[in-house]
Design a protein around this ligand. Structure first.
Ligand code: PLP
Length: 396
């Protein structure tokens, strides 16, 4: 059947494809170490599970308001006080995962041909979502030396080069783990002051998986003058290990949130009722549970970064948040002996020779890098990176 022009603009998510392939090989009996996962390896906290089960048993199984249960919107608003922001409940919309929040926002903000800046390496779905909205992703390269962060000067250059309607920032970042400090956010905000029509999407999905404090700096709390043109995205998937629950949210100006609610009312109607009741309980969770998980991730980060840096020619900036390392393997790619044609060839070699699954940087707009998720045990990190190291030594 003939498919729409629109769907022809996008491809299936490559990160999900790699994880699926690694699972397939595992199922065939291969001893695969997978660094592909984009989800925590912890379980959803019991308190949250119990609250959802209780909701099911007590008949809370009907449609909720399209923009989410008012109690949940209020709880999210209240939680943002700890990030230094005063927010009203009608500035919050609850969605089917953070992904749907981003999708809805691209649909209600951007028009055909709008140019939107995305620093690379970027999360795979941003360009696809923009294309589905008819907008044009405009990629700005960042450098490993800058910890893969956008600098004020490169932002200014990109904004001056051509008219732009938007900018997408992700902090802490998937795929690099880089986090903007409050000062860095203020420097970017100072540039944006000269470009008042630019809307900023601030993806803070991993902000509680931060290793230099409890919560990563928030853009609006750092630069309140941007409040009227920032949409912040967050969710329950990563912080509370609730990826399968499909629950996220967006925060923004009331009229934007209302428009996203209109779109939602005509598409998914609302996020699942009992998942929302479960999420309400997440706010009651003992902070010690999150601290413990954060500490476990920080230990794994130290281990994986140390082991990757020990591989000849590999540059690996230190991730300050999320659970991804993004080492630069450019030294192994290109022409000549001991090199791979591209990062895909390298990842294929690692899968076949070392039985280790990693995601090629080209999926994130940065060929030459590899993304390794360290949401896995220390024993598997040790085993997996050791195998990679040895396989590369055999190759050269
Ligand atoms: N944003 C980033 C940067 C992500 O890595 C993800 C998930 O991988 C999402 C948004 C969406 O998360 P979810 O839809 O599970 O809330």
């Amino acid at each position: 059947m003939k498919l729409s022009h629109r769907i022809g603009q996008v491809e299936p998510s490559p990160t999900l494809a790699i994880t699926a392939r690694a699972k397939e090989l595992k199922a065939q009996g291969m001893d695969i170490v997978s660094f592909g996962a984009g989800e925590p390896d912890f379980d959803t906290p019991q308190l949250v599970v119990d609250a959802a089960v209780e909701a099911l048993h007590s008949g809370k199984t009907r449609y909720t308001p399209a923009s989410g249960l008012m109690e949940l919107r209020q709880a999210i608003a209240t939680s943002y006080a700890s990030r230094g922001r005063e927010i009203a409940a009608n500035q919050v919309i609850v969605t089917v995962g953070g992904k749907q929040a981003l999708y809805n926002a691209t649909q209600v903000i951007f028009d055909e041909g709008d140019r939107v800046l995305i620093p690379a390496p970027y999360w795979v779905s941003y360009p696809a979502m923009l294309r589905l909205a008819g907008a044009e992703p405009a990629i700005i390269d960042t450098r490993a030396e800058d910890d893969f962060k956008l600098t004020a000067s490169s932002l200014r250059a990109a904004l001056e080069a051509a008219p732009c309607r938007g900018l997408i920032l992700c902090s802490p970042s998937n795929p690099t783990g880089a986090t903007y400090s409050a000062d860095e956010l203020r420097e970017l905000a100072a540039v944006l002051k000269d470009f008042p029509d630019v809307v900023v999407f601030y993806d803070a999905m991993y902000d509680e998986l931060y290793y230099e404090g409890e919560i990563a700096p928030d853009l609006v709390a750092s630069a309140p003058e941007l409040e009227e043109r920032v949409i912040t995205f967050n969710g329950f998937s990563k912080t509370y290990a609730m990826t399968g629950w499909r629950l996220g949210y967006a925060i923004g100006p009331v009229e934007v949130i209302a428009a996203m609610g209109t779109l939602q009312s005509q598409s998914t109607s609302n996020a699942t009722s009992f998942a929302q009741y479960g999420a309400l309980a997440a706010f009651e969770l003992d902070a010690a549970v999150l601290t413990e998980r954060r500490e476990a991730f920080a230990k794994r980060r130290d281990l994986i970064v140390g082991m990757l840096r020990a591989i000849d020619g590999v540059v690996c900036p230190e991730p300050t948040g999320a659970f991804y390392a993004f080492p630069d393997f450019s030294a192994y790619i290109g022409e000549g002996e001991g090199k791979f044609a591209d990062d895909l060839a390298l990842t294929q070699y690692l899968l076949e020779e070392a039985q280790v699954a990693v995601v090629p940087g080209s999926a994130f707009g940065y060929p030459g890098g590899l993304r390794l998720s360290y949401a896995t045990s220390e024993a598997l990190i040790e085993e997996g990176v050791r195998r990679m190291h040895q396989a590369l030594q055999r190759y050269s």
